[in-house]
Design a protein around this ligand. Sequence first.
Ligand SMILES: [Zn+2]
Ligand SMILES: [Zn+2]
Length: 259
Amino acid sequence: MGFADLHIHSAYSYDGTASISAIMKTIVDRTSIRVIAITDHDTVSGVSEALDLAGKFGLQVIPGIEITCAEGHVLGLFVNQVVPAGLSLVETVKRVGDLGGICIAAHPMARGINSLDFATIRYALRDPEVSRTLVGVEALNGGLVYTRRNPMVVQECRKLPLAQTGNSDAHTLQMLGRGSTYFHGEGVAELRAALVSHLTLPYERAGLSGAAVVTNYVPRILLRKLGWVDWTAGPEMAITRAHLHEVLNPSMSPSLSAV
Ligand SMILES: [Zn+2]
Ligand SMILES: [Zn+2]
């Protein structure tokens, strides 16, 4: 059996607060998750770095992106190219399919952020091309107080002909591990097969709860705006501080906090 986290944000997201190496070190040190996807908002800038670092940490990485489509957020997995934001869900999913990827509907019905509703998902799935590529839904999103334990969301997700997934949607290191996806097997190929066959399950672990997510995130995003991110060199330093500075606002004079 294996556990995966298919929804993680790094400092390559405008609202991420940790480097990819820090994310990987935290995952390995604190969880049994061994397959991850870095899914930054509308960018794949961190994908090659994540793929390069994966072996050094003993992790398997799926290239990914969280796409802001017109109706809400959708995860594109097994893609290393940007699919433009603002397209319809149907068009977005088809483009991911053309790139050889698959999609997961992120945090459906979540309040306060762009989220798909169930009617939109069902309508899109009527298109055979879409149903081949949109294979999963986030029944558990560890980063959102609202959807994490909402029975209506869980029940509606179960009614959909989709794989049930759980993910952290972590924007800080402390949010990692709260949600994960369980599957039979250990590697990326087995996980993809399980997703396509709708045979995954969401799995919730102990971690930040309720308002603690907010109180954990707010100071870190403020520091991020000032140029601070959680950072670690990892087992072999494959990313330099100068490179990481380029990710952040170049007009700032960033500092880094080691983990
Ligand atoms: Zn999102
Ligand atoms: Zn997200």
